[in-house]
Design a protein around this ligand. Structure first.
Ligand SMILES: *[C@@H]1O[C@H](CO)[C@@H](O)[C@H](O)[C@H]1NC(C)=O
Ligand SMILES: *[C@@H]1O[C@H](CO)[C@@H](O)[C@H](O)[C@H]1NC(C)=O
Ligand SMILES: *[C@@H]1O[C@H](CO)[C@@H](O)[C@H](O)[C@H]1NC(C)=O
Ligand SMILES: *[C@@H]1O[C@H](CO)[C@@H](O)[C@H](O)[C@H]1NC(C)=O
Length: 330
């Protein structure tokens, strides 16, 4: 009896956590999808690509003033009504095809694990596979996912040179087998990598780097991120050390929190300007995640905003931590 109650509790807390992680990644995927869908729709002539993406573009000039007010999108978009209609169209029609090739036991299809600091890559694979945007019919797809997990390759001890060769052979086999790549030279293809080796592993295929959409949560700045087509994927460090924080603003007594190394210009300035500010909780130095009683993680519970300044590396789980513990990442 006792043990079954316990199990139930464990299960339900697992579900809560799981759905939170899931929704984080789903959000990232949705952003990616809507972003690329909208940009593809406006940038490609309608003769190209899958047959007639026949989306009604609403006349942006009309009636705009009437219905913007009181709406949660109000201030964010130039034309919230147009955005909403297009977004609804996208949700209905948008499709992604996942190439089925490759042995799922090696580097393709399956994430290595959903823990550690590269968990975002695994979640991305899992969520896109289960997504309602997935189609098994490549002819109705708007985007094509290249399912190669560099993280998994690294886990198998593959050398960097061999990774480059493996990725090159794999993508070249897709290019010769299917007609889809050649239609756009890869511009409607995408892949995900949460590890800098993933960036190196694609070097053998310049078009993959230059044309395809890369969802990267790279640890370094030297990955040649191309803002008009690449998408930043937040890192998430799994599992979370403590349960999710709630909407408990009365317990969040400090306005903002940051603790970290002063290893970038913005961090040095931030610390210099705010270190003695009584409304903020700015630590002199980094607090290790492992510090007894999870001091670092608990600070997230007591603050309204969590400051996420860029450091010497891009690598940071701070944004995902902030959302999980209930403070607003800024
Ligand atoms: C790289 O590939 C070669 C040829 O397949 C193989 O002999 C070698 O063991 C591989 N090295 C590593 C570290 O994977
Ligand atoms: C795509 O183009 C490449 C290079 O021109 C060619 O080798 C390949 O066979 C083409 N793929 C298909 C499916 O026709
Ligand atoms: C605020 O903190 C107190 C003491 O830890 C706790 O009992 C209470 O439930 C918290 N409030 C909310 C809304 O979580
Ligand atoms: C903050 O306080 C410390 C100790 O009093 C002082 O050395 C430092 O200059 C102060 N920083 C700022 C920005 O005022």
């Amino acid at each position: 009896m006792m043990s079954s109650v316990k199990q139930n509790q464990q299960q339900s807390s697992f579900h809560t956590l799981f759905s939170l992680r899931g929704s984080l990644l789903t959000l990232a995927i949705l952003t990616l999808l809507s972003f690329t869908y909208l940009s593809l729709k406006y940038s490609t002539p309608s003769s190209q690509g899958p047959e007639s993406v026949n989306v009604k573009v609403v006349d942006a000039g009309k009636n705009e003033e009437e219905d913007d007010g009181g709406d949660e999108f109000g201030d964010v978009y130039h034309s919230p009504r147009v955005f909403k209609l297009n977004f609804a169209e996208m949700e209905k029609k948008f499709k992604v095809y996942i190439y089925p090739d490759g042995d799922s036991k090696t580097f393709y299809q399956t994430p290595r694990k959903l823990t550690g600091k590269y968990a975002s890559e695994g979640y991305f694979f899992q969520n896109i596979r289960e997504s309602r945007f997935r189609t098994l019919d490549p002819d109705e797809a708007h985007l094509f996912f290249i399912p190669i997990s560099c993280h998994k390759m690294r886990g198998k001890g593959t050398s960097y040179e061999n990774m480059t060769i493996i990725v090159q052979n794999y993508v070249e086999s897709l290019i010769s087998k299917y007609p889809y790549w050649n239609r756009t030279l890869g511009a409607d293809h995408f892949f995900v990598t949460c590890h800098d080796v993933g960036v190196r592993a694609t070097e053998g295929l310049p078009l993959l780097v230059k044309n395809s959409i890369r969802a990267v949560c790279s640890p370094s700045y030297d990955v040649g991120f191309i803002p008009h087509k690449d998408v930043a994927l937040p890192q998430v460090l799994q599992p979370f050390a403590l349960p999710a924080g709630g909407n408990d603003v009365e317990n969040r007594t400090s306005l903002g929190f940051w603790a970290g190394h002063r290893n970038s210009k913005i961090r040095v300035i931030l610390a210099r300007v705010w270190e003695n500010d009584t409304e903020l909780d700015i630590s002199n130095n980094r607090i290790s995640r492992a510090t007894g009683h999870l001091v670092y993680q608990k600070r997230f519970y007591s603050t309204k905003f969590c400051i996420c300044p860029g450091g010497s590396q891009v690598n940071s789980a701070r944004i995902a931590d902030s959302i999980h513990y209930g403070c607003i990442p800024v």
